[in-house]
Design a protein around this ligand. Structure first.
Ligand code: GLP
Length: 239
């Protein structure tokens, strides 16, 4: 495992975007795993800027998002689908047919999850997966207790995350979400996890230095051969 600590959020985002640029230049039809959340916003912003300068081509890039809330209307701004288009996809030359995001309004969730896994396989697997980390150590929405062998599925959010998201959802936080599983994530060829701020310091310490346990799903990443943590100084302050 590689740990890179940068002085601040800006530098953390810059470093991560630089690795993305390098990997996309190496493989034009790269398959990317994408997170939502506050942490990756700087990375998306930098990748859009690089695209606008003509230094990056997304026309062959394929993406798979990690997760989505269940039951939000398609155009609800709080959905991860809207987040991805409003912060990234609308500003680059990615083909719509190459974008995959779990459907929070699928008719048959079981079938949809199986189909999502099949699409990842059909694309020859994820080359580069970007992750954030939840305050409880979740990756995607693999909440504490998620098994190592889990795949794309519907899960119930923990009370801690419902509490975290209360403000954003005016108290009415969706109870259920779809998320790629731990195993789905672990099958990616390269994984980068980014974290910023003092609030993440304790969970980063547990993920990197604590026991490998389903109670801290991010700790499973230590079993992967190519993981890079890019942290800002505050997130790395307890290591
Ligand atoms: C979210 C998502 C994760 C994300 C995490 C951290 O709810 N399910 O994919 O990485 O929680 O979010 P943030 O970056 O806003 O701290």
């Amino acid at each position: 495992m590689k740990i890179i600590i940068k002085p601040n959020y800006e530098e953390m985002s810059k470093k991560c975007a630089a690795i993305f640029l390098q990997e996309i230049q190496k493989k034009k039809n790269i398959v990317l795993g994408m997170p939502a959340g506050n942490t990756p916003l700087g990375v998306y912003e930098k990748l859009v800027k690089t695209y606008k300068k003509g230094k990056i081509d997304f026309s062959k890039v394929i993406t798979f998002n990690l997760d989505e809330y269940i039951g939000l209307p398609k155009k609800d701004k709080r959905s991860f689908t809207c987040y991805m288009f409003n912060n990234f996809f609308n500003y680059i030359n990615i083909k719509k047919s190459n974008i995959h995001i779990p459907d929070g309004n699928a008719k048959d969730f079981k079938r949809h999850c199986i189909e999502y896994e099949k699409q990842i396989k059909k694309s020859m697997g994820i080359d580069l997966m970007l992750l954030g980390i939840g305050p409880n150590g979740h990756i995607g929405f693999n909440e504490p207790g998620s098994s190592f062998n889990s795949r794309t599925r519907v899960v119930e959010l923990s009370d801690e995350i419902i509490k975290r998201d209360k403000k954003v959802f005016n108290g009415k936080v969706p109870k259920f979400v779809i998320t790629m599983g731990v195993r789905t994530i672990m099958e990616s060829r390269k994984i980068i996890l980014i974290a910023s701020g003092r609030k993440k310091a304790q969970i980063i310490k547990r993920a990197i230095e604590g026991h490998i346990t389903s109670e801290v799903p991010a700790s499973f990443l230590r079993l992967h051969p190519d993981v890079t943590y890019i942290l800002d100084k505050e997130a790395g302050s307890k290591l």
